[in-house]
Write a protein that binds this ligand. Structure first.
Ligand code: ACM
Length: 634
């Protein structure tokens, strides 16, 4: 009997362990209490939705759709006495859960979800899916899987109401189907806002019926492949057939799709800078005459960014604040934008306005005299305030990048802080609403690892740094911080596979920064959960970056003028193996122990990381010339 009991307590213990291993939810919920049993999903499960306004029914449909990989049939019954899944919008709200929170109870006899809204239930479904085996992410039916979830009680709600991802659909155009896929992926991690960067120097992506040239001219450039911003100048007659745009119907379709997944869509029309596509369409909007100069940029250099200095344009890509036609133009644009996008905010851009052509413009000088503007900051501020008025006249609130603070900002205008956190802190002090999206933590266009292996971009941002993101800096009044957002700029992102590579896993880190309580964040635990999510992304055929397995280089120089390489890793438990004689290292090669002086005649350092005898990193081929450059050796 004793042995019998011992056997069962072991069995219980292993079940518990198993359950613990299976719980790897991102973003980490507010509270998870493991109950020790197992729920097994069977064919012909009954799904019950309960809500006064029928809103839970849509979530029941989403749940059933999300369980398609089981190949099972489901039935729905609103009045069932008992059900395998019960989704309820509470008649009397649970104050702890707020608008988007949920309670999820998984027991061997069924699954019960409660929330104050359908959105809360939807997030409950996302957590539930992460409790099921990874195969649930497959788009095809997977046979032979034991569809179980550990018994658990989860109480969960977001830290911030604004949990955004920005998708730059201007630098490279992404189709409406690709945008929908982007939405599918983001909601799994409880993001609720898609910011569409719709206009830039490389393309105007939104049909404006009253300004047809914006898309007949402005949506098209010359297809180039290679490294953006280093391209040759297109020849005069080269076909401009690369790009695309969204019609009003496309936008309505995207918004309907987003809305059905509880996602708001924030449109951005980026002015007065980043406006070459608009100016190529309507050259009279520029302060600088020369209609023949203006073409939609195809990635050839046209702005200069001196290190630490003021950037300037080789071509005037700004709308002219001194030209009344610009305000008439923007009134037309924002009329249609406001009609199309139901979200309460419109983003007016406002970033990186090169002013070197304004300095020389007689029209700008006349405007400064007339309006008593002391400097170009005030000219910009004059523009921003006028545009804000136009947007507000359409019944919308205004948000812009943090440059809109320069020269003074109209009240009620919200600020998206990208140049670090300081703009956001200053804006909050001035009592503006703020969304934090600083380059320092959440710029997902930056390289995720060393430039020796990553597609080249001008800056790096590793996963561990992204994970440090906290949208609420110490000492700032939380009433002014709406939340946070990560930005995926696409100058170097030519297709959806690479967009996914840039998003994941860093967008996991951001989701945890905007959803989970700050006290719940834990890097080592997060990494374990990321690895579990990688298996799910594999099943979903979503690409991700394995950069967290690759080493970090620090290079100095020895007394004999040779590079000295110090290596480290972002995550623990990795062994780095290397060679200096051009062959491919594996785990039989020397293991990195301490800083290495590069042999005098070596041409390449090759490295790869292993864990428990298996390769996990990628082969890195580091030219010794590059190491010398980093060490400052001539
Ligand atoms: C920005 O990254 N220029 C907003």
């Amino acid at each position: 009997m004793k042995q019998f009991l011992l056997f069962f307590s072991f069995l219980f213990f292993f079940q518990l362990l198993n359950a613990q291993r299976n719980i790897a939810i991102i973003p980490e919920p507010v509270s998870v209490r493991e109950l020790g049993g197992i729920f097994t999903l069977k064919n012909n499960a009954l799904v019950q939705s309960v809500s006064a306004d029928n809103s839970a029914d849509a979530v029941a449909d989403i749940l059933i759709q999300s369980l398609q990989a089981t190949g099972y049939s489901f039935s729905k019954d609103k009045n069932a006495g008992t059900a395998d899944f019960r989704l309820e919008v509470l008649a009397s709200p649970d104050a702890e859960l707020g608008n988007e929170g949920y309670k999820l109870l998984v027991t061997p006899s069924g699954i019960n979800m409660t929330a104050n809204s359908a959105a809360g239930l939807f997030y409950g479904v996302q957590s539930l899916l992460q409790l099921l085996p990874k195969e649930i992410e497959s788009k095809k039916v997977v046979a032979g899987v034991n569809w179980t979830a550990p018994s658990v009680e989860i109480t969960d709600y977001p830290r911030f109401g604004w949990r955004g991802l920005m998708f730059d659909v201007s630098r490279h155009f992404f189709t409406k189907e690709e945008v929908k896929r982007f939405i599918d992926d983001m909601v799994k991690y409880k993001y609720n806002l898609l910011h569409m960067h719709l206009t830039d120097d490389q393309g105007w992506r939104l049909e404006i019926k009253s300004l047809p040239k914006l898309t007949s001219v402005g949506a098209w450039n010359v297809k180039k492949e290679g490294r953006f911003n280093y391209f040759s100048k297109p020849a005069a007659g080269e076909p401009r057939d690369y790009g695309g745009f969204y019609t009003h119907d496309d936008i309505r379709e995207i918004i309907a799709y987003a809305t059905s997944r509880y996602v708001n869509v924030l449109p951005e029309i980026d002015v007065p800078g980043h406006s070459l596509a608009a100016i190529a369409s309507y050259p009279e909007l520029s302060c600088t005459p020369g209609a023949d100069k203006y073409v939609v940029n195809s990635g050839e250099p046209f702005m200069v960014w001196p290190p630490g200095g003021h950037f300037y344009g080789l071509l005037d890509n700004t709308l002219c604040p001194a030209n009344e036609k610009v305000y008439t133009f923007l009134d037309k644009v924002f009329t249609e934008v406001a009609e199309l996008f139901p979200f309460e905010y419109i983003h007016m851009g406002g970033d990186e306005t090169a002013r070197n052509f304004w300095e020389k413009s007689a029209a700008i000088k006349a405007l400064m005299q007339k309006e008593k503007l002391k400097n170009l900051d005030e000219v910009q501020s004059y523009f921003v305030k006028r545009v804000a008025k136009i947007i507000e006249s359409k019944g919308k609130k205004v948000i812009g990048w943090d440059e809109i603070l320069q020269g003074g900002l109209a009240p009620n205008t919200a600020v998206m802080s990208w140049q670090g956190m300081k703009g956001g802190i200053e804006a909050a002090k001035q009592k503006h609403q703020v969304v934090m999206s600083p380059t320092t933590f959440v710029y997902l266009d930056y390289m995720q690892g060393d430039a020796a292996i990553e597609p080249p971009v001008y800056a790096s941002l590793r996963l561990n740094k992204t994970y440090e993101f906290d949208p609420l800096p110490k000492g700032v009044d939380p009433d002014y911080i709406k939340g946070g957002q990560a930005n995926l700029w696409t100058e170097q992102v030519y297709n959806m596979r690479h967009a996914q590579y840039m998003l994941w896993p860093r967008a996991f880190a951001v989701s945890e920064s905007v959803w989970s309580p700050a006290s719940k964040k834990n890097w080592a635990d997060f990494v374990k959960r990321v690895e579990k999510q990688f298996e799910r992304l594999d099943m979903a055929e979503t690409k991700y970056a394995p950069s967290m397995y690759d080493p970090i280089f620090k290079v100095t120089k020895s007394s004999s003028n040779l590079p000295v390489v110090t290596l480290s890793t972002e995550i623990s438990g990795l062994d780095i193996h290397y060679s200096f004689e051009n062959s491919f290292p594996d785990n039989f090669y020397p293991k990195y122990q301490s800083p290495l002086t590069v042999p005098k005649d070596a041409q390449f350092m090759k490295l790869i990381t292993y864990r428990d005898g298996k390769p996990v990193g990628r082969l890195i081929v580091m030219p010794v010339m590059e190491l010398k450059k980093r060490a400052g050796i001539k």
